[in-house]
Design a protein around this ligand. Structure first.
Ligand code: NDP
Length: 456
């Protein structure tokens, strides 16, 4: 795949980027590994968290400029891009403030003597990242690994090279030595070669199941640990006692934010039969009120999809769903009188288990609405999924909410809120949504040597 910036709002090619050759890949590996062996990585954490503080300050002070880079390259609404830049600054600050505490030695009581576990970096981490949050995904990997002393090499998605290059420059500007964070415009074969290299000791991927399976298998073949953050088909459950106005508004936003291209977006709306008609009516009104347009225009509420291919895939999925008996309640088509990658906000109902749509993730503004009779049926339907990333339950009854939250098979459940993210909270899933966690104290422990020392 060529590395190109194409504005999804009008499909105009802005820039094509030169790829890195094998010699440059070897140089990147050598530099990253030498840094890991140096006092920078093995020594005092304060020198590394200083860079994270600076990076946070830089990003906070340049929100407008950086947000524009995101919006022009992958079509995110400008306010959402601003939010993405700000959360990156928050993540950098969080690890700057907390990493030392997370990585301090943990004492263990034992009859064998005085014992503790200390935390050490393990080497170079290879990260493969997607385009949907083109800065946030990078920061999730960089911040904890920079703090712990690992070097990071990244292959970003081929449709967001400007974000990739910009982020690398920001890390350097914050004072990180060469090799801390290296962006490479490389092929899938070159990624495989890097994973095979002994200097690489961990692999992190966010993206599709297909890419995750290939990359994790490659890592496993060399007995290396990987973390995977893959797709999701998150449930947005609305119980019969929920505040329907609030649920309909939050649900619509949770489906169309980032034009629906979010792994933890609400995708399957499971509604109690007593409130199904009212919910669907109000939910549809929110979809009807969406205004498609330029992501840089603040009045736009639904931006384009990230690429022309994404529109093709989504159109085919919706057509197939309808062929297999789903009812098109709202929308359903690519917007044809526009050069950009626009797809109508869409609501599908009457999806049966034999419809391929039942198990598929729709990476765009397409909601599936299901109706259930009771909580038992809700849990059964929610868990009848290959995925297990996030999920939401809307209800006024907190006991019912707690019970459902523990019964739903996902890595995250939010009550009376769409699935969200924050630096201090773990992020990740189960089943085909992947394994491992990013962010929080759990994220920084994924790629460290938790070394036991016993003084007998
Ligand atoms: P991909 O999984 O193909 O892309 C994600 C990243 O993986 C990109 O950097 C991509 O590079 C890279 N990649 C893909 N295949 C390989 C491979 N064999 N070896 C090494 N690197 C690889 O996602 P798409 O962008 O194609 O999106 C397809 C679907 O994936 C979406 O519809 C959605 O379901 C899911 N997805 C989920 C995301 C999430 O947040 N969990 C994010 C993005 C996508 P390149 O760009 O060069 O192909």
């Amino acid at each position: 795949m060529p590395y190109q910036t194409i504005n999804p709002f009008n499909n105009k090619l802005i820039k094509e980027y030169q790829t890195h050759n094998d010699k440059q890949v070897e140089e990147a590996l050598a530099t990253a590994h030498a840094l890991y062996k140096s006092d920078w990585a093995q020594g005092d954490i304060q020198q590394r968290v200083k860079v994270l503080h600076k990076l946070s300050d830089i990003m906070s002070s340049r929100v407008d400029e950086l947000a524009k880079v995101v919006s022009v390259e992958m079509g995110k609404l400008i306010e959402q891009s601003r939010g993405e830049v700000q959360i990156c600054a928050d993540i950098a600050k969080f690890y700057a403030e907390k990493a030392e505490e997370f990585l301090k030695p943990v004492p263990y009581k034992s009859d064998l003597g005085e014992a503790w576990v200390e935390h050490h970096p393990i080497g170079v981490i290879m990260a493969v990242e997607p385009w949907n949050f083109p800065f946030y995904q990078l920061m999730r990997v960089l911040a904890p690994n920079l703090a712990s002393g690992n070097s990071v090499i990244v292959k970003h998605a081929s449709i967001v090279p400007h974000c990739a290059e910009t982020f690398e420059k920001l890390v350097a500007e914050a004072g990180a030595p060469k090799g801390t964070y290296t962006n490479l415009f490389i092929s899938q074969d070159q990624v495989a070669t890097i994973i095979d290299d002994d200097r690489v000791q961990g692999v992190a991927l966010t993206g599709s199941e297909k890419a995750g399976a290939i990359v994790a298998a490659r890592a496993a073949g060399k007995l290396k640990k990987s973390t995977l953050e893959l797709g999701g088909n998150d449930v947005f459950a609305v119980l019969d006692d929920a505040d329907i106005d609030k649920a309909a508004k939050a649900g619509a936003q949770a489906r169309v934010s980032n034009a629906g291209q979010v792994c933890t977006a609400a995708k399957r709306f499971i509604i109690h039969e007593k409130v199904a008609d009212e919910f669907l009516k109000k939910f549809t009104e929110h979809f009807r009120a969406l205004k498609m347009g330029d992501p840089l225009d603040k009045s736009t509420t639904l931006g384009p999809l990230s690429s022309a291919d994404a529109v093709k895939t989504l159109s085919k999925q919706v057509d197939d769903a309808v062929k297999h008996g789903a009812k098109l309640h709202f929308g359903g088509k690519k917007v044809s009188d526009n050069p950009g990658n626009f797809f109508e906000p869409t609501i599908l109902t009457h999806i049966t288990r034999d419809n391929p749509a039942y198990f598929e993730e729709f990476f765009g503004p397409v909601a599936q609405v299901y109706v259930v009779k009771n909580d038992e049926e809700l849990v059964k339907l929610a868990n009848d999924s290959h995925y297990g990333l996030g999920g939401s339950v809307f209800t006024k009854d907190m006991n019912r909410a707690r019970k459902l939250a523990s019964q739903i098979e996902t890595g995250m459940v939010y009550v009376n809120s769409p699935t969200d993210t924050a630096a201090e909270l773990p992020f990740g899933g189960v089943k085909r949504s992947g394994f491992g966690r990013e962010l929080s104290d759990l994220g920084i422990k994924e790629f460290v040597n938790q070394k036991l020392v016993v003084l007998a």
